[in-house]
Design a protein around this ligand. Sequence first.
Ligand SMILES: Nc1nc2c(ncn2[C@@H]2O[C@H](COP(=O)(O)OP(=O)(O)O)[C@@H](O)[C@H]2O)c(=O)[nH]1
Ligand SMILES: [Mg+2]
Length: 298
Amino acid sequence: MACSKFDFEDEMRLVLLGKTGGGKSSTGNCILNENAFRVDIGGSSVTEKCCRRCTSRFGKYIHVLDTPGMFDTQTPNDTVLMEMSKCIAITSPGPHAFLLVISVRNRFSQEEKETIEKFVSYFGEEILKYFIVLFTGKDDLKRHNLSEEMYINKVPDSLKYILKKCDDRCIFFDNLATEEEKNQQVQRLIDMIDRNVRKNGSYFSNADYAAAEKAIEKVEKDILSQSKREERECHQGLDEEPNEQRNVREQIRQQIEHEDNWTIENIIKVVKVVGGIFIQVLDFYYSAKRKGHVPDAL
Ligand SMILES: Nc1nc2c(ncn2[C@@H]2O[C@H](COP(=O)(O)OP(=O)(O)O)[C@@H](O)[C@H]2O)c(=O)[nH]1
Ligand SMILES: [Mg+2]
């Protein structure tokens, strides 16, 4: 699939998938090195909405999208479908990896395998090339004197099948480990993702991602040219272009994240609406600035 012309090359976009209680939020926090997502002690889902957090680590802007509730039902209902569309728009131009988070403490069921297969059929088989099975609870294995290899040999056939589909890409995490161990496991994960993206040639994309990216890029272009025009009129210096584009993209992602009622059909429409709002905000900002009413930063 063709990539976006502006690749945000120093970004790494990750999507966390898996049933509630598997350790998605804990893993997201470990990757970001902060308590960005709420970890659920009780076992029931805290919130059903996709939630994105970003940090700058290991020389990259790492974006992590937590997807609570997405894998808790086999039949994707309207809410789940909307969250999937949102996931596409937020991680556009496409994720570098989908991390299938599974706890070694939970028994993997046939139903879970079927949920994964439904997700794959929704996004297309190509997505499997970007799947990494991330087992949480490495500390539990240690306690039971089980090596990673021994554990994998013992998993149910349904999980062996998924692992095979993912070309056996898997990694074990201990989310309760020391800072140093956690950093090392995240570094290993990032290396694994980098290798896999190189092997695949690029990050994941499909027709839906391409459509979302096209719409977002159009909006970005409009916003950037409007802002340049306005800056010229105000005789202000311009930001370096990649930074300005990153800021605009960040704001679009934030808007999408807070937008409800998504369907795959209205991704483009909503992105355009979001873009329209930005242009209005810019208009307002620069006309106020010309009158000397606002501070320098937006
Ligand atoms: N022992 C152990 N517990 C973990 C690990 N990762 C997550 N947990 C625990 O598993 C539970 C569910 O984690 P959470 O991140 O909320 O899962 P989510 O529902 O998939 O987001 C919490 O009580 C976590 O503390 C791990 O590596 N080891
Ligand atoms: Mg969670």
